[in-house]
Ligand binder design. Structure first.
Ligand code: 6R9
Length: 558
């Protein structure tokens, strides 16, 4: 595609996203029309391979998905759902979930995907904050949905898939769909009309509603092509659930915008099963997360060796810093380098990344996308710093998939823009060659004896020890040093803890980072609290460690 990063910067940019979608900047469009209907004129092709844990498997063409979306849109319209109304979707990653999201968007309403595993309180928070009118769910979720909806009058209808004894305000979506027309045309939305409302993973504070417009698919389309390197014959698997932005941007919009077949797997994490999916579906391109790769690493190489994984040709990762040790392990198992990508729910699409045509420096997030201007800013003056100086990671606003606002929170939105920059809330530095290196989320930095220490650096060093497979570091107040680091570690299977191990870990950190970074305490645990999108919740470990209130836990997976 490109010979070098320099050529890519010179010859590409967001405008190629429009070209890929067959439109021009300034055109109005409906995202559903461009990612589904547009491909129905071509010879039939599989859009979705749906697989369950038990090995049940179904294929759906682009035309099937167009019809599914049209039926949902017909049902919603007949109920009086209007442009801009919020329709929330609480479903497992089955074809019906894709229909519900795409049908809502087709109608010009706003889709709000939430993890099917969320509890009543997390569901209620999101429905209440967004003022949702409709919730689409499945019969087996009704008990917690009913609990969530008590005294929540804004939600007028619950549409239920599967059979159940329904109460007032609940209707069978399965029945409504049977009589619904598949001819419903995409509503003529403007490019800037809202289509998607994602509640952030909330590693810190209460989750915020992040609103995206139809124009976001321009960014999804071009980054999917260039970064994920999708080609017409690929079988692509994004392991993220659409409750997380990765599961919509790159588990719905990007691949379909590129007319590529994708796998949706329902079954949660289990190393044997994941390898089975890759082997049996002949997956060629795989987009996953550091957490998933670390979990696979924990299961060991032997499990991977039982399967033929030779179909894979490209692997990318997102969500958390990707430890060099994980890249090394994956190279041993898959014979491929994992390409780290950095972005946020707010940015809508990949902004900083490693590309197939650029050498990887393990531990670095890579370099900005062709249309992206990224910088590391001084914390006070908010001016770009020199290479290798740590500061605030910022982006120049204006890319097509930039969020529209935080739902019902314009002040929080305004606060993200300073001095002509969008402030990401992450700390980073850029090296002389223009590669960006993640340091920490702003609120995770450890300030010890005058040094600013990023947990990622500490954690990556801990992972170099053969006994360690996961680590989380955070700071706690200390009279003598301002803060000191504490580390929690998870051991590989069959590894034993003991004084000797702890001594080795301390030595490793002293040698590689410095004595100021040596954790005052290293705690061995068999599990780290994570968000449903796979991010380690350092804030929660820290609060528990100190016996303090843990704050909002709605996105926690335990
Ligand atoms: C897509 C997504 C965004 C935050 C982001 C950063 C962290 C994401 C990363 C990464 C280091 C990477 N993050 N990718 N940190 N290296 N490659 O994750 O969106 O859930 O909104 O989280 O995740 O801290 O600011 P979201």
């Amino acid at each position: 595609m490109f010979d070098s990063y320099e050529q890519f910067r010179a010859d590409s940019g967001w405008e190629f996203g429009y070209e890929l979608l067959g439109i021009r900047p300034g055109d109005d469009f409906n995202a559903c029309d461009l990612i589904l209907d547009r491909h129905c004129q071509a010879p039939a092709k599989t859009a979705l391979i749906s697989r369950t844990y038990q090995g049940e498997r179904h294929e759906f063409s682009f035309e099937d998905m167009r019809e599914g979306a049209a039926r949902v849109a017909s049902v919603l319209e007949a109920m009086g759902v209007q442009r801009g109304d919020r329709v929330f979707v609480l479903l497992e990653p089955l074809p019906q979930l894709f229909d519900a999201i795409m049908g809502t968007i087709r109608l010009g309403a706003i889709a709000g995907p939430i993890f099917a595993a969320f509890g009543a309180e997390a569901i209620r928070d999101r429905l209440q904050d967004s003022g949702a009118r409709v919730l689409i769910t499945a019969a087996h979720h009704l008990p917690k949905v009913r609990e969530a909806l008590q005294d929540l009058p804004t939600v007028e209808q619950v549409l239920v898939l599967g059979s159940a004894t329904l109460q007032a305000g609940e209707r069978s979506l399965s029945q409504l769909l049977e009589g619904a027309s598949a001819e419903f045309q995409p509503y003529a939305t403007a490019a800037d009309d809202p289509m998607l409302l994602h509640y952030s993973s909330g590693t810190t504070g209460k989750p915020k509603g992040i609103l995206h417009a139809h124009r976001a698919i321009v960014g999804h389309a071009i980054t999917t092509k260039v970064v994920l390197d999708l080609r017409p014959d690929d079988i692509y698997w994004c392991t993220a659930d659409p409750g997380w932005v990765t599961g919509t941007s790159y588990g719905i919009f990007g691949p379909w915008a590129n007319h590529v077949t994708q796998v949706a797997y329902l079954g949660g994490f289990m190393a044997e099963k994941w390898y089975e999916v890759i082997e049996q579906e002949r997956v060629t391109v795989w987009y996953t997360s550091p957490t998933a790769l670390r979990l696979l690493m924990r299961e060991g190489v032997a499990v991977a060796r039982q399967r033929d994984l030779s179909s894979l040709r490209h692997i990318c990762s997102v969500g958390e810093p990707l430890n060099p040790e994980v890249i090394r392990w994956a190279y041993e198992v898959f014979g491929l380098m994992v390409h780290d990508t950095w972005w946020q729910t707010e940015t809508g699409c990949i902004q900083i990344s490693n590309y197939p045509f650029m050498p990887i420096k393990p531990g670095s997030m890579g370099r900005p996308f062709a249309g992206t201007e990224a910088a590391v800013l001084d914390c006070e003056r908010l001016e770009p710093l020199r290479p290798n100086q740590e500061g605030l990671l910022a982006l120049r606003p204006g890319w097509p998939s930039m969020f529209k606002t935080y739902w019902a929170n314009p002040d929080a939105y305004e606060a993200k823009f300073r001095n002509g920059w969008y402030l990401t809330g992450d700390r980073a530095y850029m090296d002389e060659e223009g590669y960006f290196w993640f340091v920490a989320r702003d609120d995770d930095v450890i300030n010890t004896s005058g040094h600013l220490l990023g947990p990622f650096e500490l954690e990556s060093v801990l992972l170099q020890h053969p006994a360690i497979v996961e680590a989380a570091a955070f700071g706690v107040p200390a009279e003598d040093a301002g803060e000191v680091a504490i580390a929690y570690v998870v051991l590989r299977r069959d590894q034993e803890t003991g004084k000797e191990l702890l001594r080795e870990l301390r030595t490793l950190i002293r040698r590689q980072v410095g004595s100021h970074a040596v954790p005052r305490e290293i705690v061995v645990t068999d599990h780290l609290p994570r968000t449903r999108s796979g991010k380690i919740m350092r804030r929660v470990i820290r609060a528990r460690h100190l016996g303090l209130p843990t704050g909002d836990l709605s996105a926690l997976e335990e």
